[in-house]
Write a protein that binds this ligand. Sequence first.
Ligand SMILES: *Cc1c(COP(=O)(O)O)cnc(C)c1O
Length: 382
Amino acid sequence: MKFNTKTIHGGQKYEEATGAVMPPIFQTSTYAQSSPGIHKGYEYSRGKNPTRTALENAFAAIENGTHGFAFASGLAAIDCVLRTLNLGDEVIAGDDLYGGTYRMFTRLFQKYGLKFQFVDMNNVENVTNAITSDTKLIWIETPTNPLMKIADIEEINKAVKAKDATILIAVDNTFATPYLQRPLDLGVDIVMHSATKYLGGHSDLVMGALMVKDEKLANDLHFIQFAAGAIAGPMDSFLALRGVKTLHIRMQRHCENGRAVAEYLVNHPKIGDVYYPGLENHPNHKIAKKQMDDFGGMVSFRLKDESKEATFKFLENTKIFTLAESLGGVESLVNHPVTMTHASIPESERLKIGITDSLIRLSVGIEDIDYLLADLEQALNK
Ligand SMILES: *Cc1c(COP(=O)(O)O)cnc(C)c1O
C-alpha cells in the first residue's frame, strides 16, 4: 500500500458489530468472560483495548513495522525501550537530544546502573569508536531537536551491526515522521515517536509510540508496556488515530511552509544562523537529501543581534506564532529552547553544542504562508 493510502487504511477495518468506519472509543477497563479464561481477546485494558489496538495497527503500518505500541507520552515510550536493558548495559546516544530524553537517561536510569555516552552522530565513526562490550543500544535522534543535526541512519546501522549484530538501534523519528523517513526500512530495530507532535498533529494530546518489525522484540516491549503500565487511554487513542489519517497532507504543507520560512530567514538582514536541513549550506544537507523525502516544518535560527533582550523582544512579539513548548501541530509555534524545551540540560552541556540564549525554534504550521512571513517580519521590526 502506498503511503497516502496507508495513513488512512493501514491496519484498519470497520468495526464488526455495527460497521462503524472509525473505531468507537471503548471507554472500558474490563471485558466480560463467558467462563474463566474464555474471552474475545480482551481481558483488561492495560493489556489491550480495541481503540488502542486500532491505533497501534495504524502506527505499525505507517512505519512499515509489524507491531506498534501506544504509550501515555513520548517519554513513556522511551522508558519502555530502556527497560529492555540490564544492570551495567551501555547506551550510546546523540549529543543533541530532546531535553527530556537526556534528563531520563542521566537522572532516572543512570542511578539504576545503566551507562550512557553522548556523541556527535554527524560522524559515523564517533558512534562505532564509542562501542564497548557493554553497548546494547544506540539511540539516534534525527533531525535533532533543536539544532536540526542529521545522522546517517543507514550508515550508522550498517557500521554498528558489522561490529556487533546484537546491539539494538532505535530512532526517535518525531521530527521527520514516516512521511519523510522510514528508519525500519533502513535496517534499525525500533522507531519511537512523541505522537504528541506530528502524528497526533493537533496539539490536543500527549502520547508516545514504538514501532518494530521483529516478533521477539515486539513481545518484550508488549510485556513491559503491560507490566509497567504507561499505556495510552482510549480517548487519546481515538484522537491520535484521527490525526494519523491526515499525516501526509499536513506534512506536505508543513514542508512547503517550513522551506519558505527558512528561505525567508536566510535572506533577511536581521537574521544570523539558520538551521534547516533543506538549505544547501546545511552541513548535513547531502545526508538529509538521501534519507528524507523532504525536510519538514522545524526551523531554528538566531538573530544577528544575539543579545537576550533582542531575542526576547522577538519572542514576545509574534502573533500567529504562539510562544509555547511543543511542536508538530497544525498551528505555528515559536519556542525558546534554553528556557523552555531544553531547560533540563545542564548549562555547560547546552553551551558546548550551541543551545544558547539566542537560539529560537519555530514549528511552522499549516496556515497561509504570507500571513506567517508577515508575522515574522512585524516581530523582527519591533
Ligand atoms: C516531545 C519530544 C519527546 C518527548 O515526548 P512527550 O510526548 O513530550 O513525552 C521526545 N523526543 C522528541 C524529539 C520530542 O520532540
